[in-house]
Design a protein around this ligand. Structure first.
Ligand SMILES: Cc1ncc(COP(=O)(O)O)c(C=O)c1O
Length: 412
């Protein structure tokens, strides 16, 4: 490994070959050997993303005066997301670098709004189900807020009564998911909206995984609980373009019910030698390519393309579940309505099963409560479903006969 910048540059073809070789031990995501990390639909879409990203590789999303092209693509992308989330003319969004930044900005706006609306609160708290993504705690940690996590209900969804019971005089907001990362549950946002309204709370919906594609899952005939701005009481929604929007990383959105609410995410500063700095994002310089690729993905796919991806993802999920169901003692946790789910086998350590799956080329994330293996179905997982089920059957048998205990669950 070279430890310092080489004295002389090397030719690109040589570097390209070296980089291609480095990929040799990477996960085979094109053939559905991954349970997370990659949202890939087709070579055709990959080409569009690469070309669109490349076209705007150098442009900077910080400088909208210089790049009206980026400003236009950003505004149009946010408008498309707004319509998917049942927003209206008042709804206003921010294009961000990912779910974590979107959640950070949702929490920032929540905090600043509460300072304005309820200035008496000095130790603000957010109530959330135990299933919330750690990005919530990261955002709260960085911004001096406390998160109170409460147990989920027997269906693994947020328990509205338990959340309401956790509300106290310091609570400024509630948080729920559509769906949760671990078990793929869509929390009962319809029951949480009225609670938020009753207690004067901000309600953030983390639809990082479901925001873009679930309308098309619904169109394909599946029942998906409502979770967006159609529900009164929802203040902000994070929805990732680089997940179920099948855009290039880094790309996500956070949308606010009104332009006024979005203003609470703005940071303004002018005590330095270059005038007013006013920003709605955490990042300063932003990749123009990511905005261009997201715009291109949405216009290339259109509703028809997303409907096809949704249908293929749901077929992949069902085929994977059918294959797993044929193995003795295997069950899916709860009734996940979208493409994410978790499964477990009885009488065996699921860490050991995950380890055995990895030795068979399938990288699996684990869940802890309850113990299981996480799966995020995308179109490529349909063709991989039989091989996945065969690997699962062998892995379970191996783990059962050895009685081994595998590694503890880790998210990344
Ligand atoms: C439900 C949920 N929220 C937030 C995030 C964080 O998103 P990112 O990794 O893009 O920052 C994830 C990532 O998987 C997620 O699944």
């Amino acid at each position: 490994m070279p430890l310092e910048l080489p004295a002389h540059g090397r030719p690109w073809p040589e570097l390209r070959d070296e980089m291609a070789a480095m990929r040799g031990n990477d996960l085979d995501w094109k053939h559905g050997r991954h349970g997370a990390y990659v949202w890939y639909a087709s070579d055709e879409l990959e080409d569009v993303l690469r070309e669109a990203f490349g076209m705007f590789l150098v442009e900077n999303g910080l400088g909208m005066r210089a790049f009206p092209s980026i400003a236009r693509m950003e505004n149009e992308t946010l408008a498309m997301v707004r319509s998917l989330l049942h927003g209206d003319d008042e709804t206003a969004g921010i294009f961000t670098s990912g779910g974590t930044e979107s959640i950070f900005l949702g929490v920032l706006a929540m905090r600043e709004w509460a300072r304005h609306e309820r200035p008496g609160i000095v130790r603000p708290e957010i109530v959330a189900p135990h299933s919330a993504h750690p990005a919530l705690n990261k955002a709260a940690h960085l911004q001096g807020l406390t998160v109170r996590r409460v147990p989920v209900g027997p269906d693994f969804r947020a328990d509205p009564a338990a959340l309401e019971a956790a509300v106290n005089q310091n609570t400024i907001g509630m948080y729920a998911s559509a769906p949760t990362y671990s078990l793929g549950m869509v929390d009962p946002i319809e029951a949480l909206g009225p609670i938020a309204e009753r207690h004067g709370l901000w309600l953030h919906v983390d639809a990082c995984v479901g925001g873009i594609l679930s309308p098309f899952v619904r169109d394909s005939g599946y029942a998906v609980p409502a979770f967006d701005f159609a529900i009164p009481g929802v203040s902000s929604i994070s929805a990732d373009l680089h997940k179920s929007g099948f855009a290039a990383k880094p790309a996500s959105t956070v949308s606010f019910r009104t332009r006024e609410l979005r203003e609470f995410a703005r940071y303004t500063f002018d005590d330095w030698p270059s005038g007013v700095y006013s920003s709605l994002t955490f990042t300063g310089t932003r990749p123009g390519g990511a905005i261009a690729a997201a715009w291109a993905a949405m216009n290339f796919l259109g509703q028809e393309g997303y409907r096809e991806i949704a249908a293929a993802s749901m077929r992949a999920k069902q085929k994977t579940i059918d294959g797993l169901a044929a193995i003795e003692g295997v069950k899916v946790h709860g009734a996940p309505p979208l493409y994410a789910f978790s499964w477990a086998a009885s009488g065996v350590d699921m860490g050991a099963v995950a380890g055995a799956m990895a030795r068979r080329g399938f990288m699996c994330g684990q869940t802890t409560s309850p113990a299981g293996i996480h799966f995020m179905a995308t179109p490529v997982h349909e063709a991989a479903a039989d091989a996945y089920a065969a690997a699962a059957a062998e892995s379970i048998a191996e783990a059962r006969s050895s009685g081994a205990v595998g590694k503890a669950a880790a998210y990344n």
